[in-house]
Design a protein around this ligand. Structure first.
Ligand code: HEM
Length: 406
């Protein structure tokens, strides 16, 4: 098969338009079907609309509030406590543990033991699934890797998913019998899927993949944002100490810092689509049916016509045009716009009713680390992963210099 023609979008308006175009279909995970076949982000048209409508029910304001205020803080505290006790932590490892535990909770994957060993075990499954979803970038023997990922899915199914399904089916039966209320049911994607399995024609392998997809969609993105935001705040201590202090004490400002970090370093630096028809893009480029469209988020989020002449600079005080989010297009837009955006990064201040602001789990988790008095370990500086062009941290040691802030 000949290589497709590739059209790259680098400006904000054209990128936003492309995200919303109905004749552009998801292309990022084509080689990753072992995990990604028929999962939400890969569906198109009516099939996507029906699944999204259903799953949207979980990602409503009342659920966000309950997650952020009641359900997540104990998980954050539980993950952080042993590190604070030791007086030090390695943020990359910590971020993965913390965000995966939160994502497992939202996806509906129970961790019955709740031990660090169980977290690591689940984490090793998740990393396998990420390898499966991103097989397009794999340079080794793809067939062998695909088989490895398929085997991991099968053991994850037996070990984690089937017991989680059994608990939820029992809870749904009790709810149908009137023994428990709607509010007593688990608030997670798996419960939503099980409840609507027949309407949506969801065979067991799709339930398995959709749950795994939520695990990786929620965990990896939030973990990277968490470490990068902490780095940006530590860096501010040298360049803008008043801002660094404000970030530690004012959650609304900290939320801006997280959003600015996510704008400058999107967790997914590109989005990709296949053109289903001939299209004229907003930036004047022409796309023919069958072309591949690459949306360069790194460039679109630094478009000076939207973010100003200093678009490349980290500035949480930045003034933005109406209708432009602080995180730029890092959460996508249009039909596939991130379903977890508000959960991860909250609602921007102006949009929230008075006194009822939600800040998002990344700012809340970053705040917990700052409150524990974290700062980079002067004896052991952080190191970027030399293998990664995307600027991932390989290790980020911190020490906790109490007393904890209240
Ligand atoms: C900082 C954190 C996050 C970032 C930067 C992020 C980014 C994104 C982006 C760019 C997309 C659109 C992909 C595309 O159009 O091709 C997306 C979609 C999605 N995200 Fe997130 N995400 C984050 C957190 C989360 C969380 C916490 C969850 C789950 C609770 C989640 C679940 C999803 C799902 C299910 C989709 C697919 C939506 C659809 O296709 O309708 N994400 N995310």
């Amino acid at each position: 098969m000949s290589e497709p023609n590739v059209v790259t979008i680098t400006t904000y308006e054209a990128a936003r338009d492309a995200f919303r175009h109905k004749q552009l279909r998801q292309a990022l995970y084509d080689a990753g079907e072992v995990v990604m076949a028929d999962v939400l982000v890969n569906l198109h048209g009516e099939a996507h609309r029906a699944r999204r409508r259903l799953e949207n029910r979980l990602f409503r304001r009342d659920s966000h509030a309950r997650y952020e205020r009641d359900l997540f803080p104990p998980i954050v505290a539980e993950t952080l406590a042993p590190h604070v006790e030791q007086g030090r932590a390695e943020l990359v490892g910590l971020s993965h543990q913390m965000m995966m535990n939160l994502a497992a909770f939202t996806a509906g994957v129970d961790r019955p033991q709740g031990t660090p060993e169980e977290t690591f075990h689940l984490y090793s499954y998740m990393m396998r699934f990420i390898e499966g979803a991103t097989l397009a970038h794999y340079t080794g023997d793809r067939e062998a890797k695909r088989a490895e990922v398929a085997a991991a899915l099968e053991s994850f199914d037996g070990e984690f998913l089937q017991p989680s399904i059994a608990r939820r089916l029992a809870a749904l039966a009790r709810s149908d019998a009137g023994e428990i209320t709607e509010d007593d049911l688990p608030r997670d994607v798996l419960t939503v899927l099980l409840r609507n399995r027949d309407d949506l024609e969801l065979p067991a392998p799709v339930v398995l993949r959709e749950t795994c997809f939520y695990l990786l969609a929620g965990a990896h993105t939030s973990a990277t944002a968490f470490v990068r935001a902490l780095h940006a705040i530590f860096a501010m201590a040298a360049t803008a100490p008043a801002d660094a202090e404000q970030a530690a004490t004012d959650l609304a400002f900290l939320q801006r810092c997280v959003q600015e970090t996510v704008r400058l370093q999107p967790s997914s630096p590109v989005a990709m689509r296949w053109a289903l028809a001939d299209i004229d893009l907003r930036d004047g480029q022409r796309v023919a049916a069958g072309d591949k469209v690459v949306i360069d988020l790194m460039a679109a989020n630094r478009d000076p016509s939207v973010f100003g002449a200093d678009a490349d600079r980290f500035d949480p005080h930045r003034e933005l045009p109406d209708g432009v989010g602080r995180a730029g297009l890092s959460f996508g837009s249009g039909m596939h716009a991130c379903i977890g955006q508000e959960l991860a990064a909250g609602v921007e201040s102006a949009a929230a009713p008075d006194g009822d602001q939600l800040y998002g789990l990344v700012p809340v988790a970053v705040q917990a680390v700052l409150r524990a008095g974290a700062r980079p370990d002067p004896q052991d500086p952080p190191r970027l992963d030399p293998e990664s062009a995307r600027g991932y941290w390989a290790t980020y040691p911190v020490v906790f210099t109490g007393p904890p802030r209240g």
